[in-house]
Design a protein around this ligand. Sequence first.
Ligand SMILES: [Zn+2]
Length: 434
Amino acid sequence: MNDFSSSTCFELVSEALEDIEALHDELQGIDEDKHASHRVVDIARQLVAFKSVTPDDVGCQLWLAQELRTLGFSIKHLPVRDVSNLVASIGNNSDARFAFLGHTDVVPAGSTQDWQFNPFKLTEHNGCLFARGIADMKGAIAAFFCAIEALVTDFGVPEKELWLLLTSDEEGEAEHGTKRIAHFLKQQRIAFDFTLVGEPSSEAHVADTLKVGRRGALSFTVNLHGKSGHVAYPQKATNAIHLAQNIMQALLSKDWPKHCDNFDSTTLQFTHVNSGDFVDNIIPSQCQLNFNIRYTPAYDEYELVELVRETIEEHTLNYALTTSNPCQPYYCLNNDEIPSPSLAIVCDEINSQCHFTPKLSTAGGTSDGRFIAEISTSVLELGLVNKTIHQVNEHTKTSDLIQLQQLYYGIYKRLLYPTLHVHSTAQDELLQLR
Ligand SMILES: [Zn+2]
């Protein structure tokens, strides 16, 4: 027999369900609170609150400099026109120097009513953090800062030198940012053994992909000179457009033989053809070609120009060639595909913390890494997932941000405190013997 009426039974079940829901909310709340009170989330919250739309830094670097000073960093601000640049360093032993490169500028948020939350107020929702720049790349700056703060707290001043390089000009012109920082450092004869770039390199989850290099880029302008004449007497003229067409065909069908593993092949794209004003009975005497070559590290700039010249000179000697916007390629692996020691450290750290091996990629356009590559033996990009960057509702998983901080901690611990690492390896061996 049952003492309860069906309605009482229904009420009891409803109450029980409400209790479970409340408990679930409470647990979720505890979980979110745990993340919300996490130091890296707090620093990210402070960083995204600065509306630092490129190139206007609105005090973001000044605030960070203050925090870095308390950790013992020396600070140098390098403003150029409307761009803010920050160079900070810690540690005294210059026999090994490591760097972290990043940018405090963000792309505009666009129409804020399209956003689920205020783009300049970090909002945690369903285990994700939403804000403009959280993934590209203030989250990575927060992760780096907290990693170094924890290292300095745990082990004191680093045994090796660590440099933090930040600009507010990565998303914009990129003329007065990292390029100027690299120039300044070159003048000071400062070079790095390894630079980690905090750009969002990951695809599905944090650290699944490392950017180990980028193709180089070079723009060409070629002015071809023909001979004008009446269209009815082509034998008495040299049509510059026809000449251009033959040269374009030759350049497009060119096989760029030098292959480089992990890189898309070398490619050439025409961007503009111009023979000036025309009259429909005159054969044109001038034609200008513009094209851009994206090339693997198997080539150098000089070699490319020579190959282009050779191709043109099979058709004419009457031309002028100029190049512009050079971007050097860079690559973390040498020609025998042997990883640099730093790449090995990064991969090993990812392996031991995340239990997978990251994919090595060189895809994408140019990055600020190219400027630092000139003064750094190797350059590597490791950051958050890039799925929502530059979009409305840009976000990252909170757990990814915390994981990134732990990875930076592990990587810089190995780089900056090598004796500690040797010591702990020896300890590990001792433990295994017991
Ligand atoms: Zn970026």
